[in-house]
Design a protein around this ligand. Structure first.
Ligand code: FAD
Length: 394
């Protein structure tokens, strides 16, 4: 069977490798050009995602440049009010949460896909798709078209495949939050390596960590009513964000305004809430990763969930008589878990963005208990093993 995959972010190349290992022919189409694949800053990879990633790449390579996953929580007076230690995860789950450059994960996966002989076509933006008896035909902006037995859509939160398949589905909704941050060198006193310093400041939340190469990686949420358009992100918006963050954090611990002041180029990644889709597939087309169920970045599960999808879908395709049954089984297996995590991420996001004095008092008081509870709460997420998990290549 031949397959088309659209999107070569994280799910796409992993899915391509998994299908190739099942003996299928695959062509991977990516909208961006090869030299434009560097977007995004860093993201969290938790044990559930890392354990799957091991089947595709040498995850040790990610440790060339990373920050630790352990979190230390501080209040606006720079008092440590709790610590969520991830160092026991390697023993418990076989991998420990890290933050890595998003582009590096995709790059390693695409390198592996190319090594395994997968045809990756950059500069091909899917425009429409047509299902017909026995297959599906995809057409691209550059005039190219391609017919195959089935198509796996890994084209991210603004998926063109999703719009083609479910034109009536609600579009992702801008949450009035922009996830912003940077990777930079800091002049003057350095942050210690080993933990992400999460500060609940007087008027907003700020997180920063030292990488093992001596950079500072920071992120924060920025409230903005109007959804930015692409051009704004790289020009006026940067100035607006910096000025506002400086104002919001002016009375917070000194390292925060100092980091913001020294920051040059920032990233600004509008956060969308994607309405839950009742269906992820048709007979010949299946959405996975952000295309099916984008989650807010607050619990760092976007990439890990996309990787879980890859394994479960490849198992379903391997053990079903046809794609329609494989896709239905995939959706049934994945939906409850994914939707629970998506809802959890939304709650975390609103806790980070709305400080108020009473809630702050109780938060400081309760955080230690909360962390213990949080560790338990995330246990089922991190412990994940797809049923009878056999990861191709492991
Ligand atoms: C540029 C960018 C930056 C990001 N930065 C961060 C970040 O800093 N922190 C974080 O937590 N999460 C970030 N994310 C989201 C995170 O990467 C995803 O949650 C996670 O990677 C899920 O993987 P995915 O493969 O489903 O989607 P993605 O990684 O988003 O990959 C989708 C791919 O599809 C391609 N594509 C889109 N439309 C089409 C089309 N019509 N035809 C063909 N290809 C198409 C895109 O160019 C992209 O390469 C970012 C996503 C993007 C696209």
């Amino acid at each position: 069977m031949n397959a088309i995959i659209t999107g070569a972010g994280i799910a796409g190349p992993a899915m391509a490798i998994a299908l190739k290992r099942l003996g299928m022919g695959v062509t991977l189409y990516e909208a961006r050009e090869d030299n434009e694949m560097g977007g995004g800053v860093f993201l969290g990879l938790t044990p559930n995602g890392l354990n799957i990633l091991k089947a595709f790449i040498d995850t040790g390579l990610l440790r060339n440049h990373y920050t630790a996953g352990t979190m230390e929580f501080y209040n606006a007076r720079n008092k440590c009010i709790g610590r969520l230690d991830t160092r026991d995860q390697a023993r418990k789950y076989g991998a420990e949460t890290i933050q890595v450059k998003r582009a590096r994960v995709g790059e390693l996966l695409r390198q592996e896909a190319a090594r395994e002989g997968i045809d990756i076509r950059y500069g091909h933006r899917l425009r429409c798709l047509r299902e017909r008896a026995g297959g599906v035909e995809a057409s691209f902006d550059n005039g190219h078209s391609h017919a195959a037995a089935f198509l796996i859509a890994c084209d991210g939160i603004h998926s063109a495949c999703r719009s083609a398949l479910f034109p009536e589905a609600q579009k992702p909704v801008y949450t009035q939050q922009i996830s912003t941050g940077a990777m930079m060198r800091l002049n003057g006193p350095q942050l210690p390596f080993g933990a992400i310093k999460m500060t609940f400041g007087q008027r907003g939340f700020f997180a920063c960590a030292a990488s093992n190469q001596g950079e500072v990686w920071w992120f924060s949420n920025f409230h903005r009513e109007k959804e930015p358009d692409k051009n704004e992100i790289h020009a006026a918006l940067q100035k607006e964000i910096k000025a506002q963050l400086l104002e919001i954090h002016q009375n917070d611990p000194a390292h925060i305004p100092e980091i913001i002041r020294q920051t040059g180029e920032m990233f600004a990644y509008p956060v969308y809430e994607m309405p839950l889709l009742p269906r992820w597939h048709s007979r010949r087309v299946c959405l996975i990763g952000d295309a099916a169920h984008a989650t807010a970045p607050h619990t760092g599960q976007g990439a890990s969930l996309a990787l879980e999808d890859v394994i479960v879908l490849s198992q379903c395709l391997n053990s079903s008589p046809n794609t329609a049954e494989a896709f239905a089984r995939f959706q049934q297996a994945r939906k409850p878990r994914v939707e629970k995590i998506v809802k959890q991420a939304r709650k975390v996001g609103s806790a980070k963005s709305k400080p108020n004095p009473i809630a702050t008092f109780f938060r400081d008081l309760m955080l230690r208990h909360f962390i213990r509870f949080e560790k338990k709460k995330m246990d089922w997420v991190y412990r994940y093993q797809p049923d009878g998990m056999e990861i191709p290549g492991n």
